[in-house]
Design a protein around this ligand. Structure first.
Ligand SMILES: *Cc1c(COP(=O)(O)O)cnc(C)c1O
Length: 407
């Protein structure tokens, strides 16, 4: 019975051109990658700063494995927490200015764990509609009342914030007072939206959170290391203080070029995560060697600001060229530059055509992005050269001539 249902679901996915196929990479994660029998110029990685294959990061990882072995052997609350993990927590706390930092094995688990640990039935959770899947799943898992407001729309959030206490008929929503509401309130947003590259209006979210006695959590997976003069991410970019955002999460899978994640917050929130985050306590800790690699990435993020400057330059170059070609980009100044296409089959055809020209730029389709908004999610790395960006533009120009994209 299960098999019959699964076949139906898989066939359905295929017929809607939403089926995912994996391709094994035979080389490190860098601009020039090797797939079976084929070398390609890649614009489909989140290794924004080019640290995934950085010799110092690789050697820190090797030294870590020699010192601590490979497996951590247990959960962090048993015996899997090492001095490498502790040092990384300390260094991040100092870098970001938050009182405490807690490491998780990946961003997905961090978000799931934090939301489940901090919320319970009767609490209220408010999330941007375009938040990352891990935040959405964490919200569902938490058991809290869960509202999704329109993307980056403060008035939509405001309407939702007012509702819980107003259901008894408060006439003026604007005057609704937090004390009217039972339970706590948590507002959660991506700092940089992962599929569009646009920024959340964090200063406004912070103001609103204070006004409505809500806690604010920002997932800065794509901002950390990339934004701000010293790489402290969205907060630094917007000129915010630590007190403006209560909980900050980010993944080491992106700009750190590694894997793992962290949560930064105050003592009480971090201790609550250690006690109650099920993805923390019931999970074998990630290897100390990865923590050692992340420590070096953190140094490079601070030291090598040229990587951020180079990225900005490449993004600018690409946007300028794309505009001249009349391509439809989503408004973004980050290394995430979505080329909007619309229907899934056309997006795949464009991606295939680029592949034929030696370029890897993968199409993103539903449910990763809203249905009918399929796109090429083009991303840049500080390791790309200007010539490589020109190569991409040239290939896109040829695709334009092939008239795959209806305009
Ligand atoms: C990638 C990502 C995550 C998940 O992080 P992993 O470490 O890959 O599990 C969470 N949130 C956002 C916004 C992301 O882009």
């Amino acid at each position: 019975m299960l098999e019959i249902l699964l076949k139906k679901r898989l066939d359905d996915r295929k017929s809607k051109v939403l089926y995912r196929v994996r391709h094994a990479r035979f080389s490190p994660q860098k601009p020039e990658v090797v797939y079976q029998g084929r070398s390609l110029l890649s614009f489909s990685s989140n290794d924004y700063l080019g640290l995934a294959n950085h010799p110092e990061v690789v050697s820190a990882f090797q030294r870590g494995a020699e010192k601590y072995g490979v497996g951590s052997g247990a959960s962090s609350v048993i015996s899997g927490y090492t001095s490498a993990h502790a040092a990384l927590e300390e260094e991040l706390s100092e870098f970001l200015g938050y009182p405490r930092v807690l490491l998780f094995s990946n961003g997905y688990m961090a978000n799931l764990g934090v939301l489940k640990a901090l919320l319970k039935k009767g609490d209220h959770l408010f999330q941007d509609k375009l938040n990352h899947a891990s935040l959405i799943d964490g919200g569902l898992f938490s058991g809290a009342h869960f509202k999704r407001y329109l993307h980056n729309d403060l008035s939509s959030l405001k309407r939702e914030l007012c509702r819980p206490g107003c259901e008894s008929g408060h006439p003026e929503r604007e005057q609704c007072h937090p004390s009217l509401c039972e339970g706590s309130r948590l507002i959660v947003s991506d700092g940089v939206f992962s599929m569009d590259g646009d920024l959340a209006h964090i200063p406004d979210l912070s103001r609103l959170a204070r006004q409505y006695a809500a806690t604010l959590m920002i997932d800065d997976a794509h901002g950390m290391g990339v934004l701000g003069a010293t790489g402290r991410g969205s907060l630094e970019h917007h000129g915010l203080k630590v007190g403006d955002v209560d909980i900050l999460t980010a993944s080491f899978g992106k700009s750190f070029g590694a894997s793992g994640a962290f949560v930064a917050a105050n003592e009480m929130i971090i201790e609550s995560c250690i006690q109650f985050a099920r993805t923390y306590t019931y999970h074998t800790n990630f290897p100390a060697a990865i923590a050692e690699a992340c420590r070096v990435s953190l140094q490079l993020i601070q030291k090598e600001s040229w990587r951020r400057e180079k990225l900005q330059k490449l993004v600018h170059l690409f946007k300028k060229g794309a505009k001249e070609l009349g391509l439809k980009l989503s408004p973004s100044d980050t290394p995430i530059q979505p080329l909007m296409i619309g229907d899934e089959a056309t997006a795949l055809a464009v991606s295939d055509s680029l592949y034929q020209k030696g370029i890897l730029a993968l199409a993103l389709r539903a449910p990763s992005v809203p249905k009918g908004s399929a796109r090429l999610r083009i991303t840049f790395s500080a390791e790309h050269t200007e010539e490589q960006v020109q190569q991409l533009l040239h290939a896109l120009e040829m695709v334009n001539h092939e008239k795959i994209i209806a305009r």
